[in-house]
Design a protein around this ligand. Structure first.
Ligand SMILES: [Zn+2]
Length: 477
């Protein structure tokens, strides 16, 4: 039944460029279904869950293996419309999808090379309920929050709140849209991301919050990857038609080169970019892409032109640095190996995922890596990292661990068995059990849970399949 409908869509789908206008939530859903149906080889449509009012949060994944991760191919994401009344991002991401697909079909190098080397996930609206409520004013906030009146960019777990001994919300009490994104981050090991907003013209990067500790430098809350974040932000602002000039919007302050540390601009607690970075080892930026939150429709073609090059250049930065796998003494790739770079003490140390992979965005230079894994000798290697984006690939480097002889291995450190406690409670992983740092370290929420991931995946897959059939039927009728 569903395959017949998909077949029909192949013939019904128009190939003309997407119109420059504000599509409502139903139209966005329809567009994504059509694009997916007519490009099944390079796209995969899935939902990460429903909004408070039950609207699916649809994601279109683009790439040569759109349905699943391929070892060596990094996972990228763009999220828009988290604030329901900041709407340009929705338009930009739909245009980006259209551009990618058309470019690929026309065998244009930029599209073919990016889709060959990267899996790109696009969530055009994270807050469809807010969009339904929003007015078209440039400055006002009607529709910013979700249906429950909650600002989604204040509702994520906050690494710094724990330091202030503020209680964290239980996950079940977080907003549906936030829970959906947290679940998404557990399903896929994202490497790089941006979250599109409006009301200013600036690329903002972590941290957004601080506890007043050593991270506070000159009014900024500086992360261990500050150099990389600053570079990423400048890639966006300098490829944008005007963001890099720091030209202020009427009601905003000027920004040097169109970039800012989030905290330096204004502190927020419970933001999404800090959550991505601290908990899920995904480097995320907050991109403010238009002075007006709801630009007049006739300005959309020009605004797309201003942002197109930046959106593409930013995706390419996923190929900065080093990537590879960590193998144990038996040449088997291992999950949860800690891969650290000297001088970058991340609150949640970066770990290998369920494929034994790590990705580390770094600017060109020499770096000392330390890899630790139970039952194995600590491995330290110095790597010379070139500039990867030009090659559409980070430098590849695998780490080969050597086992500690069995007589010296304690039974608790058996590396071949997953820790069942850890596997079942991904949010409660104590990272460091000794020293005063234990109190300062949040519980890290890794995306490494094989069992839970698999069951959620098949459940979501079933729901999405059913959902698609319903959508297709409604469109045909
Ligand atoms: Zn916003």
């Amino acid at each position: 039944m569903s395959s017949l409908l998909l077949f029909l869509f192949l013939f019904l789908t128009p190939s003309s460029p997407l119109e420059f206008r504000y599509h409502n939530n139903r139209e966005i859903q329809q567009y994504l279904v059509e694009i997916n149906a007519s490009n099944p080889d390079i796209s995969h449509l899935y939902s990460i869950g429903p909004s408070v009012r039950g609207q699916e949060l649809w994601v279109l994944a683009l790439g040569l293996s759109p349905h699943r991760h391929t070892v060596g191919i990094p996972e990228f994401k763009y999220v828009a419309n988290m604030h329901g009344n900041e709407v340009l991002g929705r338009v930009l991401l739909l245009q980006l999808i259209d551009d990618f697909v058309r470019g690929y079909r026309n065998n244009e190098g930029w599209s073919v090379k990016l889709l060959n080397s990267t899996r790109i996930h696009i969530l055009p609206t994270m807050n469809p309920d807010g969009f339904d409520e929003s007015d078209t004013d440039c400055l006002f906030s009607q529709g910013r929050a979700n249906y429950n009146g909650v600002d989604l960019n204040r509702n994520f777990p906050d690494a710094f709140a724990g330091l202030r001994k503020q209680p964290q919300l239980e996950e079940s009490r977080r907003e549906a849209e936030v829970r959906a994104v947290i679940g998404w981050l557990r399903m896929e090991s994202f490497v790089l991301s941006a979250n599109l907003h409006g009301g200013a013209l600036v690329a903002s990067y972590p941290y957004d919050n601080s506890n007043g500790g050593s991270e506070l430098v000159g009014g900024a809350s500086v992360s261990p990857d500050d150099d990389v974040f600053n570079h990423l932000a400048k890639v966006y602002s300098h490829n944008h038609a005007s963001m890099h000039s720091g030209e202020q919007c009427r009601d905003s302050r000027p920004f040097l080169e169109g970039v800012t540390n989030g905290y330096l601009w204004y502190p927020i607690s419970g933001g999404m970019q800090d959550y991505n970075y601290v908990w899920a080892q995904c480097l995320e930026l907050t991109l403010e892409v238009s002075c007006c939150k709801f630009p007049p429709q006739n300005q959309l073609p020009a605004l797309w032109t201003e942002n197109r090059k930046s959106l593409l250049a930013f995706i390419m930065q996923i190929h900065l640095g080093v990537k590879g796998r960590v193998f144990d003494g038996s040449d088997v790739p291992v999950q949860n190996a800690v891969v650290e770079v000297k001088g970058r003490s991340n609150m949640c140390p970066f770990r290998t995922d369920k494929h034994g992979e790590y990705y580390r965005l770094l600017l060109p230079g020499e770096y000392v890596f330390t890899v630790t894994y139970p039952g194995h000798k600590v491995l330290t290697e110095t790597l010379n990292v070139p500039h990867g984006p030009d090659q559409y690939s980070a430098m590849k480097h695998d780490f080969m661990l050597r086992q500690i002889p069995a007589t010296t291995v304690s039974p608790q450190a058996n590396p071949t068995k997953a820790n069942p406690t850890r596997a079942n409670t991904p949010e409660a992983i104590p990272i460091k059990a000794n020293s005063t740092e234990a109190n300062l370290t949040p519980s890290c929420n890794y995306t490494l849970n094989l069992e839970a991931g698999a069951s959620r995946s098949s459940w979501t897959g079933l729901c999405v399949s059913l959902g698609l059939v319903v959508v297709l039927l409604s469109l045909v009728s």
